[in-house]
Design a protein around this ligand. Sequence first.
Ligand SMILES: [Zn+2]
Length: 571
Amino acid sequence: MARILITSALPYINGIKHLGNLVGSQLPADLYARYMRGRGHEVMFICATDEHGTPAELAAAKTGQPVADYCAEMHNTQAELARGFRLSFDHYGRSSSPQNHALTQHLAARLGEAGLIEEVSEEQVYSHTDARFLPDRYIEGTCPNCGYERARGDQCENCTKQLDPTDLIAPRSAISGATDLEVRETKHLFLRQSTLRDRLDKWIDSQNGWPVLTTSIAKKWLHDGNGLQDRGITRDLDWGVPAQFDGAPWQGMDGKVFYVWFDAPIEYIAATAEWAEAQGLDDSAWRRWWRNDEGAEDVRYVQFMGKDNVPFHTLSFPATLMGSGEPWKMVDYIKSFNYLNYDGGQFSTSLGRGVFMDQALSILPADYWRWWLLSHAPESSDAEFTWENFQGSVNKDLADVLGNLASRVTKFCRSKFGEVVPEGGAYGPREEEFIKELEKGLRSYETMMDNMLVRRSAQDLRMMWTLGNEYLQDAAPWSTFKTDPEQAAAQIRLALNLIRVYAIVSRPFIPDAAASLMTAMGSDDWTWPEDLGAALYNLPAGHAFAVPDVLFAKITDEQRADWETRFAGAR
Ligand SMILES: [Zn+2]
């Protein structure tokens, strides 16, 4: 049994995520976690909401709530949606937790003591009315390029020109509207990533079989232009992990917090500590996953994320852990994803274009979405969601192939043999041939899943379902029954056992349907079919089963047309 640590990139707190976000990290991470548990491994699957930073403050201000209340509420909303999609996190934490505060400050102090943090003086805009320094996004004014009156200090939304706050004409505070602004000198902490460049480079080179998408992004950041740059890790905000604390190896950081990109990945570790506390366990329970000197040496650590998150996970976060001089568990494999587009364009949170997690669950159960999203995961390139494709895939794969097989076999058995696994007859050459083919499919499926090849895993699973249908088509127990009821009984016995095997192997993709199939087969033995032949004898003659409810309803053309219109924009 192996020990596998899995983290999904943290969804940001400021709103409900769309399906493109979901398939870019959390959903494939869940697939892998479920599969590894199914194979009998010890899994720790961690995610959390990423709660600090300017966008959280701005989103809270919009709702008129204190930022802490806003984050608590949005965390609960996101956790509820995660449960709705059956994301099987061992813990869904919060980057604002006391554990993350303590660990972020601890690591920052270690980096400071190691000489890897520099104090840098910068000029920044100060607002007298607000009595605070303003981050770039908190300053608004007229764009010098296009004349747009609501341009932000970092960028003009209208003409997309990158700006400095001092470029703005008639600048004002986005918080209060105050115009009594002045440029003042202030101090920030910078992480000296550039001094770790060679160590990071060597570490990346020593990794085996990382996807090209991951290493090419990392190498670009390491070497392009002037190479890896030092980065500011503090901001003038109230909401976050205070940068001045007891034991800090610097002074004068009062009123500043760590920048969100510094504390967010540390939350992977802190969320595991949150898990231990929630379970009533002591610190050794989480440290055995994260400290190489306390048991994590045999842990395999896999991260899932969208490609935009790769630089933070291949460079910044490793720089933090390496630079601390402490034996923290470093990532072993990074699985990154391209983007999912929506119906000829992009998902857009601001325009409400595309399907968001809450909307998806309001029209169809989780398994429908899980199957489509995973079987079309944007792995080697960007992928596109269209309603036509979604309808076709659900109706064919789930309803016609898997659902139909389960329904036909159980109903036929009930009508001819009753609701028990029939006795009599034996598996013959046709059955042996089918089992051999199915075994090939299963071993290939396992290889794809072991290697996190999501689309190809879905293809193999679909092929296993199809093989079952082809076998039944060919054996035709409904005809055999008229001439040789014993042989028909053996064929149906095999098919009922096949349904149980499908439940086990399909569970990582479609957990609810898998549970329905397992319950219908009167079993709760989820043991992985290492020996497929034996697994297909698992339910003996005389074992009671039930006809399952309709597993998957087909999507009608009317529904499709309705949804196409409804999700076109303006949420
Ligand atoms: Zn402009």
